[in-house]
Structure formats: structure tokens, C-alpha cells
Design a protein around this ligand. Structure first.
Ligand SMILES: Cc1cc2nc3c(=O)[nH]c(=O)nc-3n(C[C@H](O)[C@H](O)[C@H](O)COP(=O)(O)O)c2cc1C
Length: 169
């Protein structure tokens, strides 16, 4: 995915407690050795609120030059200030790697509410409570290549094994 798009932009869909879908772009920050995708977000954001109620998530990537679409379906886990072990380390590293403007946003007014001008803030070395990493444990992948000819392959995790099926596009 990094080879296809160095900016690693993907779309992430969550579902509100009322059942309304919501989709937005995020930067995919990496993939673990176990195949979990992860991105960072603000704990006060709508997507984090949705995931607290319903951990189901869909991630979509489209690469124009290879004409491939990947749709990942899975379960999200939000790693906040209480994270331990590897996720605590990943969270700290991702915080350090963000530029100043992006870090400042996590210390500013809450996202998605009425506009309030942000005040100048000192940036802490350790990630603030608002900064969280969302990991996605993928259970299904739908891989579509837009031809001609079109080709669609569906992968489903059954226990520990991936089951692959060629589908009509
Ligand atoms: C190119 C691009 C990259 C973005 N990357 C992120 C990101 O990594 N994390 C994030 O929370 N929001 C990111 N956003 C902003 C989201 O798309 C969204 O507007 C914001 O997170 C609020 O979403 P929500 O209210 O549905 O939670 C990005 C937006 C764009 C256009």
C-alpha cells in the first residue's frame, strides 16, 4: 500500500449509534506484523465516539495507477492513554513523528464543534489523553482490479486461515 500511495490516504467508515454511516479520509500510519492496519485520531472526534459504541469498521483504498480497490472489513480497537505494551510504544512514537501543527490540534478545542480560535499551547513530549491510535483487525478483504478484464477476489478469515474466493466483479 505504501508503494502504491506514499501519502497512504485511505477512507474509513464507521456507524453511529443510530445506524448512520460516516466516512472520512485518514492517513494509514502502518500495518502490524499480524496484519492490523492503524491510524491516529482525536479521542473527542465523531469516529472515536462511534467506535466506542460499535467497533465495526470498513477501510477503503483506491490506487488509480494500478486500478485496484481494496476494501477491508474488521474490528477496531482504540488505544488511548491507558494503552500498555506495544500499543503504548507505537502511540508514543507516532506522537513524536507528527508535525507541530498536527500535534497542536490535539490540545486545541474539540473537533467537530462550533469554531473557537485555538490558544497557543506548549507541546508535551508525551502524547496527551486526546491522542489515540486506532488499530483495525482485518477479517475480510475485497480486492477489485478494474480491467478490462475486471477481477474480484474475496478473502475471509476463518479461524487462523484466509479463505480466498474468486467472485464475479
Ligand atoms: C488527506 C487527509 C488526511 C487526513 N488524515 C486524518 C488522520 O490521519 N486522522 C484523523 O483523525 N483525521 C484525518 N483527516 C480528517 C478527517 O478526514 C475528518 O475530517 C476528521 O477526522 C473528522 O472526522 P469525524 O468527525 O468523522 O471523526 C484527514 C483528512 C484529509 C483530507
Amino acid at each position: 500500500m505504501a508503494r502504491n500511495d506514499p501519502n497512504n490516504r485511505v477512507q474509513v467508515a464507521t456507524v453511529s449509534p443510530e445506524g448512520t454511516p460516516a466516512i472520512r479520509t485518514v492517513i494509514l500510519r502502518g500495518v502490524t506484523g499480524q496484519g492490523a492496519l492503524f491510524f491516529v485520531t482525536d479521542l473527542r472526534s465523531q469516529k472515536a465516539e462511534h467506535l466506542a459504541e460499535n467497533h465495526r469498521i470498513s477501510v477503503l483504498a483506491w490506487y488509480a495507477h494500478t486500478r485496484e480497490q481494496f476494501r477491508f472489513t474488521g474490528k477496531a480497537e482504540v488505544h488511548n492513554g491507558y494503552a500498555t505494551g506495544q500499543w503504548a510504544m507505537t502511540r508514543a512514537q507516532l506522537w513524536t513523528g507528527l508535525n507541530e501543527a498536527d500535534r497542536a490540534a490535539f490540545l486545541g478545542p474539540p473537533p467537530g464543534r462550533g469554531f473557537v480560535a485555538p490558544h497557543h499551547v506548549e507541546l508535551p513530549e508525551a502524547p496527551p489523553a486526546e491522542f489515540c491510535v486506532v488499530s483495525v483487525e482485518v477479517t475480510e478483504v475485497d480486492w477489485l482490479t478494474v480491467g478490462p478484464p475486471h477481477r474480484r477476489v474475496h478473502f475471509r478469515l476463518m479461524g487462523n486461515a484466509w479463505v480466498e474466493e474468486l467472485l464475479v466483479p
